[in-house]
Ligand binder design. Sequence first.
Ligand code: ADP
Ligand code: MG
Length: 252
Amino acid sequence: MKVQEIQKKQEASKYNKILELKNVTMDFGGLRAVDDVSITVNKGELRGLIGPNGAGKSTIFKLIMGLYTPSSGRIYFNNKDITKLSTWERARTGMSIKMQIPGVFGELSGYENMRIAAQNINSMSEIDNEILRLSKLVGIDDLLDSEVNNLSHGQQQWLEIAMTLASKPELLLLDEPVAGMGPEETAFTAQIVKRLNEEGISIIFIDHDMEFVKQISQQITVLHQGKLFAEGNIAEIENNKDVIDIYLGTEV
Ligand code: ADP
Ligand code: MG
């Protein structure tokens, strides 16, 4: 290939990236939770992030969202260095997270929860239109009138996913969205995640085992003890003996 062509290709791939972690390390006192991790996620991707408990998955999400500042390394969003930006500045640039710990208000209705999430929208009529649109997109429009405490665990998770969409994220981070769900709820969640990705939202989701990941993701990143352990498509990861080994004897 000619030099010019190579440069052109490099330039094009630069604009393909939505997120890049470069040699990111996070120390908590003496504990290295994330160890020199570099990950690139392209626009439109549906990426699975897996690894045994304590691998550093949730910490990586918190670093991406700015809840922690890395001990070293850089984080880029749409090729912009966001390493030092605050959480709200990052949210405004187009990323949203559903954390592992539920973040819904139990005494309020589904609609009222959505209203809180949609605070950034100014016009009243637009708020209601948007709440309805997002609720339909996720498939929870019939739950808006219910008090959240009366919803099932799965329904609460879906409501929260709908809430994360109110800021119109380009990149959505989902931390263990199917934890504690039965098979039917898991399948419904897989449909939601796929649909959102088809709408053009880039998604990274965490799970600690492979089953949910297999249903939806294209590329998988495996973390182990804070380090990037493997990366590839489902077949590559499933047949990777080292990956199988880290799951044996580990409580997942
Ligand atoms: P995962 O989500 O893969 O299960 P985490 O990212 O939650 O793992 O945790 C990675 C490691 O970092 C664990 O050993 C955990 O105990 C530790 N850790 C996470 N958050 C903190 C914190 N705020 N302070 C101290 N240690 C932490
Ligand atoms: Mg976690």
